[in-house]
Design a protein around this ligand. Sequence first.
Ligand code: ZN
Length: 64
Amino acid sequence: MLIMSRIRRLRRTGPVSIGIARDSRTGRNGVVAACTNDDCGWSANFATQEAAELAAQDHRCSVR
Ligand SMILES: [Zn+2]
């Protein structure tokens, strides 16, 4: 997964990894949550780590 190489991983909630990623356009750090299940492909950007962790906990992988 290409995007993961630029992310400083913080923690993992279930299949979802949460990390800090630098936005090359704005130069600011954002929080990225991405499902590590290859068949799922879910990922999202958040302004805060708390929001990312909440979404990670709510993420229901459709792939088993
Ligand atoms: Zn998933």
